[in-house]
Design a protein around this ligand. Structure first.
Ligand SMILES: [Zn+2]
Length: 222
């Protein structure tokens, strides 16, 4: 296996990337996390990421990506833009080029850290139309990064083909179910754990959690 290799995890402090962090810690000899500060609506997101990284004993990098908001104002950073999705359009949370930029910066960092692996929680299964979450894009970028930096990166996407229920199952298999449930921040309104319950991110998370609790029998235990 790859136990002697190192990895950098693209990390937001949310359910998906925290599950990826546990996944990477199990798999690799050394793991570092990178969080991007792009002027999120809720600074809490950056605090949560820092807290989790510290607790898991992972070196944590925070990179200033505020230029992204300068380029493309969007609902993740601007309170005057509502989070919504119109029929046949991308949701207003989409930022052109975000994963392209994040993964490219993560790669620069990874090479400096002597890490070959870049881990990201992108997922095509609950595809909300983000073109740079698609597997074909990740594979294309992987080739581009290797050519650009003459370095054998491997971009790992452990959640690519999992639905939200299966992502909870993976967290459970990694012994991280309670941690992910209680400590992560997915909510667009900045509420940790079960969140506000109203925003699209909370609804998606809750649906997956309810499905997993029902299918695993965990719901009956707690
Ligand atoms: Zn919410």
């Amino acid at each position: 296996m790859t136990k002697q290799e190192r990895a950098v995890v693209v990390f937001s402090g949310g359910q998906d990337s925290t599950t990826c962090l546990f996944w990477a810690k199990e798999r690799f000899a050394g793991v570092e996390a990178v969080t991007f500060d792009y002027g999120q609506r809720h600074k809490r997101e950056l605090e949560v990421a820092a807290e989790i990284a510290k607790e898991l004993g992972v070196k944590h990098h925070v990179l200033d990506m505020s230029l992204l908001n300068q380029l493309a104002p969007n609902a993740l950073t601007r309170t005057d833009i509502a989070i919504e999705q119109k029929e046949g359009e991308l949701p207003t949370t989409f930022v052109d080029g975000r994963n392209l930029l994040f993964l490219t910066f993560a790669a620069v960092l990874a090479k400096q850290a002597g890490a070959k692996h870049i881990v990201t929680g992108v997922c095509e299964t609950d595809f909300s139309g983000y073109p740079d979450c698609r597997d074909v894009f990740i594979k294309s970028l992987n080739v581009t990064l290797n050519l650009a930096m003459d370095y054998p990166f491997a971009i790992d996407t452990p959640l690519m083909w999992l639905n939200k229920e299966q992502t909870w199952e993976l967290a459970d298999r990694l012994g991280a179910f309670d941690f992910v449930r209680e400590r992560t921040l997915t909510c667009y309104n900045g509420v940790v754990a079960d969140g506000c319950g109203e925003c699209p991110a909370c609804k998606l998370r809750k649906r997956g959690l309810d499905d997993y609790l029902a299918s695993s029998g965990r719901g009956a235990q707690s």
